[in-house]
Design a protein around this ligand. Structure first.
Ligand SMILES: C[S@@+](CC[C@H](N)C(=O)[O-])C[C@H]1O[C@@H](n2cnc3c(N)ncnc32)[C@H](O)[C@@H]1O
Length: 227
């Protein structure tokens, strides 16, 4: 299967450049901020990352995997775009032959993420992809769907201008919670982030953390647990 992202991969970083986006934060910060969110999620639950097997679905060029791979017990990624996948020390990477099936055995992971993936997936395939994510989790495992927030005007403007988002259909957090429940996952909880531009977050990150329950951050994460 070829993917639209095959044709973006060689110029991916360049295609993401946008004065609006770059004025808000550096490219690296968008990944670093997600890593902070994930790390804090597991710390709040008192779980050591070194006891967790992690899968990043739609890992693309592996920016998030690069930040987390050394910290989890194991790290893996998959993507339908062969061209996006980059070899990465400490992570198992697999090409996904189909958009709604994952190339891993049942119950292989404690944690799965899909970061800025679902807005590129046909709405009709989203339930099947979520069921696949649930299948590869162990009981008690957690799925995190991280997406652009359509309720944030700056996010909508950046997505509208981005050449890699020509096909994007943004999902509300409510839709992600519905997908999680539909796949049999429990207690979906939403955390909003990217309220503050990078320089402010670095100084007053506590303000952004205090706002995590308000639905206006630039992106959100829906965490849901397999019974
Ligand atoms: C915007 S990029 C995000 C990449 C990476 N998660 C990140 O945050 O840098 C979207 C990625 O989703 C992948 N993708 C698209 N459809 C997918 C599907 N059905 N299953 C998994 N990944 C998919 C694309 O190939 C692309 O690598």
């Amino acid at each position: 299967m070829s993917s639209e992202f095959d044709s973006y991969s060689a110029r991916y970083a360049e295609l993401l450049k946008d004065p609006l986006r770059d004025g808000f934060a550096s490219a690296a910060f968008f990944h670093a901020r997600k890593w902070i969110l994930i790390d804090e999620y597991w710390r709040r639950r008192g779980r050591a990352l070194s006891a967790i097997d992690w899968l990043d679905i739609g890992c693309g060029q592996g920016d998030l995997l690069r930040l987390g791979a050394g910290q989890f017990r194991s790290a893996a990624g998959c993507d339908p775009s062969k061209e996006m996948l980059r070899p990465l020390a400490g992570a198992v990477l697999k090409h996904q032959e189909s958009p709604a099936s994952l190339p891993f055995a049942d119950g292989n992971f404690d944690f799965a993420t899909a970061v800025c993936v679902y807005h590129h997936v046909d709405a009709g395939l989203q339930p099947q992809l979520t069921a696949e994510a649930a299948r590869v989790l162990r009981p008690g495992g957690v799925l995190a769907l991280i997406e652009h927030n359509p309720w944030n005007p700056l996010t909508r403007a950046i997505v509208r201008r981005s050449p890699v988002d020509v096909d994007a259909h943004l999902l509300t957090a409510g839709r992600c919670r519905e997908l999680a429940r539909g796949a049999g996952l429990e207690a979906p909880a939403t955390e909003y982030f990217l309220y503050l531009p990078e320089f402010l977050f670095r100084h007053v990150g506590a303000v952004e953390r205090a706002l995590r329950g308000f639905p206006l951050g630039g992106q959100y994460a829906v965490f849901a647990r397999k019974p």
